[in-house]
Design a protein around this ligand. Structure first.
Ligand code: C2E
Ligand code: MG
Ligand code: MG
Ligand code: MG
Length: 291
């Protein structure tokens, strides 16, 4: 082993990447089995209307429940899935599962709940992506305008042939497009102008500093102003405290998402949340009638 080589630092240095390469291969093999073994879950985080605080939709966020390692966050395995191409079957599975759950809730609660699904750069390179989305909408019965596809701003147009055309085709199907993690990429304003999107999601890196850093507040304010002038709605992510809510409300940001309202929940818990909300609404309607 490297340790047995005494002071030979070079050997000690190369041993580390070798070891992590082994671990990486092992993890990749496990991820390959994860879908088949039923270890993948979709969690849902509510998106609320800034004015009414009603739940208007939910973002689908994948989790991997590994039998030994426990719940693994997507920040850890999505990059691996992206590098190995496993994101293609996994992404398709998420899209289908999220649309099935969303349709069940749209019908059960008679609400136009919007379902937001993250698309990875590799999925956007698949020539049959538009066909897949159309097929899933058809299978599940989700109205196209209630499916929102989130595409990260840092995605490079150059590396994805026909990106803008693909997004345009998805919009022609009737789906909505959101630019995720807005402000963290290096897009030019011209690119933003041409990017066919309905909504902009302000990254939590900026939202987090509301009340702390006037520069970040200025960026949030300018982003919301620009988005509205371009006829894009704004969603703020990472809303954690009342001060964030107050600031964003004052600027007319339409939709909020963050721990202040709710963490991402397993499907069954999300459904319980919706039925609790429905019960509260009905109670307040009855008491309004009695007043
Ligand atoms: P994202 O799409 O920007 O998702 C928002 C992330 O912020 C989620 O992390 C969510 O749990 C977290 N978050 C929500 N509210 C708050 C808050 O108030 N404070 C803080 N600190 N964090 C908050 P998560 O679930 O770990 O997902 C991380 C990233 O992994 C996502 O970022 C997305 O890029 C990717 N991801 C998740 N699910 C999928 C998927 O199904 N497909 C693809 N391609 N990527 C996914
Ligand atoms: Mg997202
Ligand atoms: Mg985001
Ligand atoms: Mg983000």
């Amino acid at each position: 082993t490297a340790k047995g080589m005494g002071r030979n630092n070079y050997q000690a240095y190369v041993a580390v990447p070798e070891e992590s390469h082994q671990q990486r291969l092992a993890l990749e093999a496990k991820l390959r089995q994860a879908e088949r073994n039923g270890e993948l879950r979709v969690f849902y985080q509510p998106q609320v209307d800034t004015t009414t605080e009603d739940i208007v939709g939910m973002e689908a966020l994948i989790r991997w429940e590994h039998p030994e390692l426990g719940m693994i966050s997507p920040g850890f395995f999505i990059p691996l899935a992206e590098e190995t191409g496993l994101i293609i079957p996994i992404g398709e599975w998420v899209l289908r599962a999220a649309c099935q759950d969303a349709r069940r809730w749209q019908v059960r609660f008679s609400l136009p709940l919007r379902i937001s699904v993250n698309l990875s750069p590799l999925q956007l390179r698949q020539p049959n992506l538009v066909g897949l989305v159309a097929a899933v909408l058809e299978e599940t019965g989700v109205p196209a305008h209630l499916l929102d596809l989130e595409v990260t701003e840092s995605i490079s147009v150059k590396s994805i042939p026909n990106l803008l055309e693909t997004l345009q085709a998805l919009r022609e199907l009737g789906c909505q497009i959101s630019i995720d993690d807005f402000g963290t990429g290096q897009s030019s304003l011209d690119y933003i102008k041409r990017f066919p999107a309905d909504r902009i999601k302000i990254d939590q890196a900026f939202v987090r500093n509301i009340g702390l850093d006037p520069d970040d507040e200025a960026i949030v304010q300018a982003t919301i102003g620009m988005a509205h002038n371009l006829n894009r709605a704004v969603v703020a992510e990472g809303v954690e405290i009342e001060a964030h809510l107050d600031f964003l409300r004052g600027l007319g940001c339409e939709v909020l998402q963050g721990y202040l309202f709710c963490r991402p929940l397993p499907a069954a818990s999300f459904e319980s949340l919706l039925s609790e909300r429905e019960r509260l609404h009905q109670e307040s309607r009855i008491s309004n009638l009695q007043d």
